[in-house]
Design a protein around this ligand. Structure first.
Ligand SMILES: Cc1ncc(COP(=O)(O)O)c(C=O)c1O
Length: 381
């Protein structure tokens, strides 16, 4: 059987990881500023994570959601404290798309409405409702194009308010820092105005923190830079440091109903062990502060570089989520970074480099990256 060929691949077989590095099958080390698409939060193969996962696997890998799972309860308690949402409730699933899918369902159950406002260039996943709220017609299959969603420009509060005022909107869903959209930041006035308008017109505010959350922005959640408290918060990626997991944080205004949501694998024992180990390390190694400090440092070095590097037209982001706009397609530069400088980066659109390193990235690694990037720019001319 052949693999279903939907991914354009780098010709590299990654077989090992440690901290902010991965190695290929020939023993070549790569500096990882991609984090497997923002998934690696505490670093590859962190010893505490490996120990806790191994311990759990030797005890019990999986049992269903029909019995008490104290690991889920511990995770809810720990996460609530760490992120400042002690009074919220936690629903666990297996991916980011599923988190958004369930958040949108909750919003619809609560309001009885079916219309959603989403941002231009948003990415929320590839399942039915999640993909419908994603502003990319190429990945919305006809069966998912059900007319629930209106896309609106981010930071243009007036147009969002005008749509909300029609009184039929069930939810507004936003990424406070757009990832796939190219590291576009939501501003404070928009976020606060949108929260107030959602309240006024009876709509639910969902913050998709799947890429920008879990410490990456230098606060636990990116929306915490903006002084808002969404009704629903979706997370995935960094929560399990590579173990597939997603979650919805649900405000106390939502009352759970038996059977209304459910999943076979969500919140299984091994996933919870991963998420608990991630929180242990985030706390003991102060990774949220590190993301802010190292991110500020890297951003300053990149801005310095922008002053002399003609191909850089903008540098923006928060913490360890940084976009570099180029005046040329990113393809050649990224290929040079991977094959010659042995450095993984992400990208967005055709001309944006997207940096999403593990949250344990250091200033020395940032300096090292700057050298590699300078050499890559020199090589592509
Ligand atoms: C902001 C955002 N939301 C949702 C998703 C979907 O997550 P998953 O691929 O785990 O379904 C992603 C994935 O890249 C994302 O970046």
């Amino acid at each position: 059987m052949e693999l279903f060929d939907v991914y354009p691949l780098f010709d590299i077989n990654v077989v090992k990881g440690k901290g902010c590095s991965v190695w290929d099958d020939k023993g070549q080390e790569y500096l990882d500023l991609y984090g497997g698409h923002a998934v690696i939060s505490i670093g590859h193969c962190h010893p505490h994570y490996v120990e806790k996962m191994t311990e759990q696997l030797n005890a019990l890998g999986f049992y269903s959601n029909s019995v008490i799972n104290t690991l889920q309860r511990r995770l809810a308690e720990r996460l609530g404290k760490v992120c400042g949402y002690d009074d919220y409730q936690l629903f666990l699933i297996n991916s980011g798309a599923e988190a958004n899918e369930n958040a949108l369902k909750l919003a619809s159950f609560k309001t009885g409405r079916t219309r959603v406002l989403s941002a231009a260039k948003a990415f929320h996943g590839r399942t039915s409702l999640a993909v419908e709220t994603t502003d990319n017609p190429k990945i919305i299959a006809p069966i998912n194009a059900n007319g629930h969603v209106t896309y609106l420009p981010v930071n243009d509060l007036e147009v969002w308010e005008a749509e909300l005022a029609k009184g039929d909107v069930c939810a507004c869903i936003i990424e406070c820092i757009q990832g796939v959209g190219g590291i576009k930041l939501v501003d404070e006035d928009f976020a606060q105005g949108l929260q107030a308008a959602c309240k006024r017109y009876g709509a639910v505010l969902i913050c998709d923190e799947i890429q920008c959350g879990y410490g990456r922005s230098g606060k636990f959640f990116a929306h915490q830079w903006l002084g808002i408290r969404p009704d629903l918060i979706t997370v995935a990626k960094g929560i399990g440091n590579g173990f597939p997991m997603g979650a919805v944080l649900i405000s106390p205004d939502f009352k759970p109903v038996y059977g209304q949501l459910g999943t076979t694998f969500g919140g299984n024992h091994l996933a919870c062990a991963a998420a608990l180990a991630v929180l242990d390390v985030i706390e003991s190694e102060n990774l949220v502060d590190n993301a802010r400090e190292t991110g500020d440092y890297l951003m300053a070095r990149l801005k310095e570089m922008q002053a002399t590097e003609k191909h850089i037209t903008d540098v923006r982001g928060r913490g360890l989520m940084i976009g570099i706009d180029l005046d040329m397609p990113h393809k050649e530069l990224r290929q040079h970074l991977v094959y010659n400088e042995h450095c993984f980066t992400g990208c967005a659109s055709t001309n944006i480099l997207r940096l999403l390193p593990p949250l344990c990235f250091t200033k020395a690694m940032a300096d090292d990256f700057i050298l590699r990037l300078e050499r890559a720019f020199a090589a592509v001319g």
